[in-house]
Design a protein around this ligand. Structure first.
Ligand SMILES: Nc1ncnc2c1ncn2[C@@H]1O[C@H](COP(=O)(O)OP(=O)(O)OP(=O)(O)O)[C@@H](O)[C@H]1O
Ligand SMILES: [Mg+2]
Length: 249
């Protein structure tokens, strides 16, 4: 059986204002898998992801690479789970792009030369050559999204967690992002309502609503289930609907 790198068991979480965001959540991710968490606004997707590197701590069990998250192993877990937040403004806080991307490696006490090499290489890979001295606050949203991804990839995490990675991107930039994600051969967990992205990147889909799992299965089965998707404020992605039309012609 494939090694399970993330295991969530009976997870419940309420925010301080008593909003119940997760209700008895159960799911797991196997090594190398690309799994999508889909669901309407407010379903609890971001809340769930924030439990995977201990930003939030609910009742229940979250295991990463076989280890239950605790105060003692939090730093180690965060090195293994790279999380790109939904809003890049939550990720970027340094005066320059270089400083933001170098921040994580500096905390790992890597040598200055090694850090510069890693930062330059990741910026180049993401098409951000020459952006190092720019202020993140002056970048466009798509550029900020790329820099956010760079701050995570530079640490070479084992598991990549992406929250709404394509939101607000123009179609061309979205295609570039999808190609970048396709090239990253790591375990990926992606929360989104962009089902076109899911159809291109993910093999397994977990549909959640009101803080719990509604359905789980192969991407092709869930994304073609019109009723299930529409019952939860989603729709069959245009690319799949188009294929169906073509077959009928
Ligand atoms: N800091 C907070 N305090 C109180 N309630 C919150 C807080 N953050 C989120 N919530 C609530 O928790 C629920 C789940 O929110 P969450 O952001 O996890 O949903 P989501 O599925 O990521 O939605 P979206 O698709 O809009 O990103 C919502 O009802 C939301 O209003
Ligand atoms: Mg969200």
């Amino acid at each position: 059986m494939n090694e399970r790198v993330i295991e969530v068991e009976n997870l419940n979480f309420s925010y301080p204002d008593k909003t119940i965001a997760l209700r008895n959540m159960n799911f797991s991710v196997s090594r190398g898998e690309s799994l999508a968490i889909i669901g309407p606004n407010g379903a609890g997707k971001s809340t769930l992801l924030l439990h995977l590197n201990g930003v939030l701590r609910g009742e229940g069990t979250v295991r990463v690479l076989g280890e239950k998250i605790s105060k003692e192993n939090l730093k180690r877990i965060r090195e293994k789970v790279g999380m790109v937040f939904q809003d890049p403004n939550d990720q970027l806080f340094m005066p320059t792009v270089f400083d933001d991307v170098a921040f994580g490696p500096l905390n790992l006490y890597l040598e200055r030369e090694e850090i510069e090499k890693r930062v330059d290489s990741i910026l180049k890979e993401l098409g951000l050559e020459g952006y190092g001295k720019k202020s993140p606050s002056h970048l466009s949203l798509g550029e900020k999204k790329k820099v956010s991804l760079a701050t995570v990839l530079v640490l070479e995490p084992e598991i990549l967690v992406l929250d709404e990675p394509t939101i607000s991107l123009d179609p061309g930039t979205k295609r570039i992002f999808i190609d970048i994600y396709k090239d990253i051969k790591k375990t990926k967990l992606i929360a989104t309502h962009d089902l076109d992205l899911v159809s291109q990147l993910c093999s397994i889909v977990v549909l959640m609503d009101k803080g719990t799992v509604i359905a789980e299965g192969a991407c092709r089965d869930i994304l073609r289930n019109k009723k299930l998707l529409e019952d939860h404020s989603l729709e069959v992605p245009a690319s799949l609907a188009l294929n169906r039309l073509k077959r009928q012609e």
